[in-house]
Write a protein that binds this ligand. Structure first.
Ligand code: NAD
Ligand code: IPM
Ligand code: K
Ligand code: MN
Length: 369
């Protein structure tokens, strides 16, 4: 029965291109696994701006609130880059995170064996890498007040953003990271700039307190964000779970993507607090953006979007077996040597988005019926 309400928001640029491949996997599941979703598609980002005059129409927020899970593509593009902030497509994702209370952005970075050669780092440095970056996603400098550009009395302009965290905001995302770390290797690194930032000092103090009081079994360490960026390039395998603020987590997860081969490989889940029955609001999206440089060419890597759907199956619907099917199908396709342009390696064959999707469906046919 179609009791799983899913809102699909493809967005802009390569968003709709890679989402098309997910739609095919959903149709496959319907046919072959007898799983059906009550699926709705909505507008967000530049697409919503053009059609309805807002990058995140109220209707889209309402439908997201009513859904069991949201599958998001990507928003933004050069066409809208000079618009004021309240019109920019990026507001689409920011408003959804905020209004749905999605404060914990989980960004796993996994180096799949067949992609060891696609990484810009040496094979030995990345082989077997398995990171979980937990990025705070409704606070910090993304939302802090005051913010804006003002003109001073001397006629010069001043731009302001404010990094601000309350201890509750730090504590709730820290708990998500501690729980994840506990189920992984038990090692967690919290990232901050406690040496120069007041909010960073509080960040470190609160994370330490929670670690001591509630998660003594997790081996917690702290690292300055600049050092962490360097260490992620030099020796990424020293990390397991990384906890970071909104802005640091954004930067470090793009960096981790390079280690795994491409931004086109990394999915994410953004979760809210569990309700009384333990259910969380959630949105799933690749960590990459709308990739205007390759949009419309049919060459985008659909893996990050497909893997985001796998995360959705696992986290929102407890469908571990189906999530694994999708992940395994992707691994098999990559092991077979088919690659989109962003993850080419020695002896691989270059294909476009839809041929990659065809190959995933073929593997699914072999794996699960
Ligand atoms: P981007 O992630 O869109 O692209 C960065 C680089 O990675 C580009 O060279 C792009 O071609 C490549 N890339 C990204 N995804 C790929 C894929 N699936 N397959 C192959 N190559 C891929 O970042 P950007 O260029 O800095 O930003 C473009 C637009 O996207 C901006 O408007 C930005 O604000 C927006 N953005 C949106 C989101 C989101 O929707 N959550 C995330 C990041 C950026
Ligand atoms: C991401 C993006 C967004 C962010 C932008 C588009 C608002 O870079 O999802 O990583 O900075 O959070
Ligand atoms: K995205
Ligand atoms: Mn980003």
């Amino acid at each position: 029965t179609a009791n799983k309400r899913l809102l699909v928001l493809p967005g802009d640029g390569i968003g709709p291109e890679v989402m098309r491949e997910v739609r095919r996997v959903i149709e496959w599941m319907d046919r072959r696994r007898h799983v059906s979703f009550a699926l709705e598609e909505g507008l967000v980002g530049g697409a919503a701006l053009e059609a309805e005059g807002s990058p995140c129409p109220d209707g889209t927020v309402e439908r997201a609130l009513a859904a069991d899970a949201v599958l998001f593509g990507s928003v933004g593009g050069p066409k809208w880059d000079t618009l004021p902030f309240d019109k920019r497509p990026e507001l689409g994702i920011l408003r959804l995170r905020k209004e749905l209370g999605l404060f914990a952005n989980l960004r796993p970075a996994l180096v799949l064996d067949p992609l060891v050669d696609a990484s810009s780092l040496k094979p030995d440095v990345v082989r077997g890498l398995d990171l979980m970056i937990v990025r705070e996603s409704t606070g910090g400098i993304y939302f802090g007040e005051p913010r804006g550009v003002e003109t001073l009395s001397n006629g010069k302009r001043r731009g302001v953003d404010t990094e601000v965290y309350t201890e509750d905001e730090i504590a709730r995302v820290a708990r998500v990271a501690f729980e994840l770390a506990k189920g992984r290797t038990g090692k967690m690194t919290s990232v901050d700039k406690a040496n120069v930032m007041q909010s960073g000092r509080l960040w470190r103090a609160v994370v330490s307190e929670i670690g001591k009081a509630e998660y003594p079994e997790v081996e917690l360490s702290h690292m300055y964000a600049d050092n962490c960026a360097m260490q992620l390039c030099a020796r990424p395998k020293q990390f397991d779970t990384i906890l970071a603020s909104n802005i640091f987590g954004d930067l470090l997860s793009d960096l981790a993507a390079a280690a795994t081969g491409s931004l086109g490989m990394l999915p994410s889940a953004t979760l809210g607090a569990p309700d009384a029955s333990g259910r969380r609001r959630a949105l799933y999206e690749p960590i990459h953006g709308s990739a205007p440089d390759i949009a419309g060419k049919g060459i985008a890597n659909p893996c990050a979007q497909l893997l985001s759907f796998a995360m959705l199956l696992r986290w929102s619907f407890g469908m571990e077996e189906d999530a694994r099917l999708v992940e395994t199908a992707i691994e098999k396709v990559l092991a077979g040597g088919l690659r989109t342009a962003d993850i080419m390696g020695p002896g691989t064959a270059r294909v476009g988005t839809s041929v990659m999707g065809d190959a995933v469906l073929r593997e699914l046919d072999k794996l699960g019926a």
